[in-house]
Design a protein around this ligand. Sequence first.
Ligand code: FAD
Length: 374
Amino acid sequence: MPFAIETWQSRYRIAIIGGGPAGSACALALARLGVSDVVMIEAGDYQRFRIGESIPPESRRLFHALGIEREFLEQGHAPCYGSCSYWGSEARGYNDSLMNPLGHGWHLDRCRFDRFLASQAHARGVQVHIGATLTHSTPKANGFTLDIQHATPQGRRMLRIHADQVVDASGTRAVFARQRGSLKQGSHPLICLAALLGLRETAPPSSLSHLEAVEQGWWYGAFLPDARLLLALYSNAASIKAGQLWKSEQWRTLLAATRHIAALADQAAPLTGRIASFPAPSYCLDHVGGRGWLAIGDAASAYDPIASQGICKALANGLLAAEVLQAQSGLERYAQAVHAAYQDYLALRRHWYGLEQRWPHASFWKKFHERIAG
Ligand SMILES: Cc1cc2nc3c(=O)[nH]c(=O)nc-3n(C[C@H](O)[C@H](O)[C@H](O)COP(=O)(O)OP(=O)(O)OC[C@H]3O[C@@H](n4cnc5c(N)ncnc54)[C@H](O)[C@@H]3O)c2cc1C
């Protein structure tokens, strides 16, 4: 659904910065709580490829809580029945959802998913402006003034609005929270080098997520809706630089040397385009909120993609934040929940990476084990 260009008001009760899963979930939850006068601004236009596509069966509960379960199921994203991994040894491991009472998870067309969530919020009365970027914010006695650059077919313009409360849902940029002085704690630099390939056949050959640890990091492969295969190498800056892995030839050579992931690529047309690079940091903000504002989703805390929890966390944060905003109290409880979940995630990450000990002297694994041990 396209977003018609609406007239801006000069004042809103709540402004949400960023229209990813967290921002849209918060907007939807506010609408369900009967909170009106909400604006969501999104810098992009939901047309370009977005990464982060694997969601677990538990997402269904969150869609239900947001009142969009049926609408989500109608979207026809690809089912995902679990993962198949080669991690810690040459033995194949499975983690499947066959016995899960909630059913299967999904491999999303992420761009379509984000657009869908925003359009659901819009349909429930939230004003949504795409191509609108927060550039500056100033605290006032009763809220904030927000300076916004809005790109429309007629050109760019700057405007200023007032919001009584602000939600930072701007992803890892955490643009508003950082303007308030919040700092990222424990940032861990992981880099994803990904390629999207067209399939030779229209039927996807596997409905699992595929993982394989290698000396330089780990590979991920998933078949996405519309007959596409996503292949990604997760590594660190030192290993990428040493092997020039951002170059498609080197990336392909490393892929060909994998024992298992390379077989997925056989189902797809050869790689012709460039390798795209995405930072995938892990951190938590020291302050996830303050007077009149809070941060949600990746703006508040970002997890290693190996956890496949980022989207669920974004939706859950959006739901909880809406309650805090409506009640205008409970920020402390919200901050505790974010920080406790981050500690749980760190324990999981320690366990998961600790299982792989085959290359103790390789730069990627050595650095990882040193950092996560602490
Ligand atoms: C390589 C990679 C792979 C991943 N794989 C998975 C996965 O398989 N499963 C999973 O669950 N999670 C995965 N994640 C994590 C997941 O993508 C994030 O946790 C999730 O997108 C967080 O949602 P969000 O709404 O908080 O942030 P985002 O999705 O980043 O959305 C933030 C939005 O804010 C907008 N924005 C930014 N700055 C401004 C501004 N100044 N003004 C207005 N708008 C602004 C952006 O355009 C964007 O739309 C992955 C992440 C990476 C990097």
